[in-house]
Design a binder for this molecule. Structure first.
Ligand SMILES: Cc1cc2nc3c(=O)[nH]c(=O)nc-3n(C[C@H](O)[C@H](O)[C@H](O)COP(=O)(O)OP(=O)(O)OC[C@H]3O[C@@H](n4cnc5c(N)ncnc54)[C@H](O)[C@@H]3O)c2cc1C
Length: 508
């Protein structure tokens, strides 16, 4: 089979060396043994024609492929396949920016285009369009969208901003969705739905096809950008912050994804745990207090931004300021109030304007050999839910001996709670504890009616199992679709709990 793949893409784009090449296709942040996710090879086609032939080879040998684009899905499994032995289908060479449409505000990209690539390209051509990026700027515009990823400008809900998709089915058929199905259409990247069922969502967080191209709406540079931060003194303020925030978000006074960030996240991007505490277990309150004072942060830290003409920003700010000022101890900051070397502020400021960077990776420096998995349940935007989720996670996390490090990202109507479970990747016992804790969190969250919005490869079946209404009708429907669109079961078996018929009994 490898010989056949080499004939398609060339020898240099089939990777098989277990020592030098394949470790790059595993997850550096696993809590389970690396052997469970070690691919047997990786193949990198350069274009849709080569991709078509790679799929033909895979169908012939009934070989499972694991699709990645930029391959940086760390915290959720990185490039690692669901099971050992798969061949990673690496689309990094399909990295053309096919169009930037200044007039209508969109770009069309292939899978391997990173946020940094698109940002640099827009700068180079003098575009007045912004990128909306996930915190790690090396992530991909297309794969982050297919993972339902989130950014930090008003265009932060990436699935909402995607318009027009090209996808290759397992049998090699290339499909244009929406208006793209109409030859000569001028509106492929302007109107999302076309005629008949809208199918783009079927190809996100899924294994029903390989997405080869998408349109993404890009935000025109606004006449003004004024990021702000509000700090809150008490842990218990989370309830009030969330209640104040909801109407501001729903009424679009806060247009970007709004972030309520717990103090340890803020600390971890700029100092290490050892700088403050060398004892075991969660950091005591006395130490946390000192950190808050040293770093000029609150127990909770709210990040938002004003966008628009200055008079409009002034008016909006009055409303936002007055709303948050109702919480005793709230302190307000603009750029001029934060230090130039305030690492946390500076990278959030960039994210709010869609400037890709990698600063958030600093959180891993919190402990030696730091690694992390994200546990990310969704909830309504209410103080009661925020507090309930926070306590549910914090208490279990502290009991397991880990520091709570988390943030709440509020979108149009929902709240993503991102708990960054940080552990020492060289400490087998700690990894086992982290793995156990994660499983407990999945069950406890589900029992309280909370489900995760995406997850690590090790927990896909477990979490898919919690979405089990009406005898798992949704999963059974996904399986029916899988059997029809990929009868050989070659595309990413097990992605989000969806297995092809031939492997259903073999779930890990
Ligand atoms: C410190 C830190 C901060 C993070 N912050 C954020 C954040 O702010 N927002 C956020 O969204 N995420 C965040 N993440 C998670 C993750 O790093 C990003 O989502 C990243 O963009 C995902 O990696 P990628 O874009 O390279 O996707 P890839 O690794 O290329 O792909 C991810 C998955 O998408 C699917 N996929 C990829 N390509 C295709 C395709 N062509 N067709 C069909 N399916 C495909 C596959 O299942 C693949 O496993 C963070 C992670 C870390 C470690």
């Amino acid at each position: 089979m490898l010989a056949d793949l080499k004939k398609v893409v060339g020898r240099e784009f089939v990777f098989t060396d277990p020592q030098w090449e394949l470790p790059a296709y595993n997850d550096a942040y696993l809590t389970t043994p690396a052997e469970l996710h070690q691919p047997s090879a990786a193949v990198a086609p350069a274009n849709v024609e080569e991709l078509q032939r790679v799929l033909e080879v895979a169908r012939h040998y009934k070989a499972p492929l694991w699709t990645i684009s930029t391959g940086k899905n760390f915290a959720y499994g990185g490039p690692a396949p669901r099971k050992a032995g798969y061949i990673v289908l690496d689309l990094k060479r399909m990295n053309r920016i096919l169009e930037v449409n200044e007039k209508h505000g969109y770009a069309v990209v292939e899978p391997g285009v990173s946020y940094m690539d698109l940002y640099r390209h827009l700068q180079k051509i003098g575009s007045k369009l912004w990128v909306d990026c996930a915190a790690p700027g090396w992530g991909g515009v297309l794969p982050n969208m297919t993972e339902h990823g989130v950014g930090y400008t008003p265009y932060g809900d990436h699935v909402t901003m995607q318009c027009g998709m090209e996808v290759m089915l397992a049998d090699g058929t290339l499909v244009q969705t929406g208006m793209g199905a109409l030859p000569g259409s001028q509106t492929n990247h302007l109107y999302k739905y076309g005629l008949g069922p809208s199918v783009d969502g079927l190809f996100t967080q899924s294994n029903f096809g390989v997405v080869t191209k998408i349109g993404m709406w890009l935000m025109p540079e606004p006449p003004g950008y004024r990021p702000y931060m509000v700090t809150f003194e008490k842990e218990s303020d989370l309830h009030a912050i969330t209640e104040v925030l909801r109407p501001l978000k729903v009424n679009m006074l806060i247009p970007a994804v709004a972030m309520t960030v717990e103090m340890l996240w803020e600390a971890a991007v700029q100092v290490t745990r050892r700088d403050y505490y060398t004892g075991k277990g969660p950091i005591p309150e006395s130490v946390r207090k000192k950190m808050r004072s040293d770093l000029k942060i609150g127990a909770w830290n709210f990040y938002g931004a004003l966008y628009g003409p200055p008079p409009m920003m002034d008016n909006t700010w009055e409303v936002i300021h007055d709303a948050f000022a109702s919480i005793p101890g709230a302190k307000f900051y603009f750029d001029e109030d934060r230090a130039k070397d305030d690492v946390a502020w500076q990278y959030r400021k960039k994210l709010g304007a869609g400037i890709p960077n990698m600063t958030e990776y600093n959180v891993m420096n919190w402990i030696p050999n730091g690694a992390h998995m994200d546990f990310s349940p969704i909830s309504p935007v209410t103080g009661a839910d925020a507090t309930k989720q926070y306590e549910l996670i914090r208490d279990r996390c502290n009991k397991a001996g880990f520091d709570y490090c988390g943030e709440f990202a509020v979108g149009w109507r929902d709240m993503h709670h991102i708990f960054c479970l940080t552990f020492d990747r060289n400490d087998a016992k700690q990894k086992a504890r982290a793995n156990k804790l994660f499983g407990e969190l999945v069950d406890a969250a589900a029992a309280a009616g909370y489900g995760e919005y995406r997850t690590h490869v090790d927990f896909m079946d477990r979490i898919a199992g919690t979405y089990n209404w009406n005898d798992s009708a949704l999963l059974r429907m996904h399986e029916k679709v899988k059997d029809v669109v990929d009868p050989s079961g070659i595309l990413s078996p097990g992605k989000m709990g969806i297995w092809p018929k031939s492997m259903r009994k073999g779930k890990a």
